[in-house]
Design a protein. Structure first.
Length: 226
């Protein structure tokens, strides 16, 4: 890890961005738990981790931390400029929070008993995850290990980010399916719904709240330059 970049990133973070980074990861864990509760499938990476965790008889949080260790090696080799405190928080906080929150919700309310309830939870889960990703990403405190793969792919190959991300997600969805995980409409909602909803929250909440007027003006300049 480039310690100078890491320290510089920490020093550049405002209090609002620190709060956004931590709260974004906490809310993300809640969204993942809601999608898991819906039994309609999760985002591809979370779904794969859940399936492999079941196969190996360990908790989701434990397997996520373990797998992120290997992905972090890729990030530290080819994407160390993207590493920050947000990378570490996502790596070690997300899984344990899901392991704590999901059993509580499941024991308290039980499984959804009707299709409409599953669909409602799936939509709610996508909205919560989108909001969390918007807040977390706008804080610009470092990229999570898995999220770095598509960015590194774009940096080191001629393939655009969109297709790098699609490839990563497709591999995760395939592994999830082969491991007996849930590949359903919830995963489909994530594939097509996260991008537009994240963009909505970026515009109307995350950029104005976390970055203030400077971030809003910068966002406007970028749009005019496109």
């Amino acid at each position: 890890m480039n310690e100078q970049n890491f320290v510089a990133r920490i020093r550049s973070l405002t209090l609002r961005r620190w709060i956004g980074m931590v709260s974004g990861n906490l809310i993300l864990a809640i969204g993942i738990s809601i999608l898991k509760w819906s039994h309609t499938g999760n985002d591809p990476y979370s779904g794969m981790v859940m399936a492999l965790a079941d196969v190996t008889a360990v908790s989701y949080g434990t397997f996520l931390i373990f797998l992120n260790c290997f992905i972090f090696l890729i990030e530290i080799l080819w994407g160390r400029k993207y590493i920050g405190p947000g990378t570490i928080v996502n790596w070690f906080l997300l899984g344990p929070v899901v392991d704590t929150f999901y059993p509580f919700v499941y024991r308290t309310f039980g499984p959804p008993s009707a299709l409409w309830q599953q669909l409602l939870l799936a939509v709610l889960g996508v909205i919560v995850i989108s909001f969390a990703c918007s807040v977390y990403q706008t804080s610009d405190a470092g990229i999570a290990p898995y999220d770095s793969l598509a960015v590194i792919g774009e940096d080191r190959t001629p393939v655009p980010y969109f297709w790098c991300r699609m490839f990563c997600d497709a591999v995760c969805a395939l592994v999830c399916f082969l491991a007996g995980g849930v590949v359903g409409i919830g995963m489909l909602f994530c594939a097509f719904g996260l991008g537009p909803v994240i963009a909505f929250f970026n515009k109307y909440f995350s950029v104005p709240v976390l970055l203030g007027l400077e971030g809003t003006e910068m966002n406007g300049r970028e749009k005019r330059e496109q």
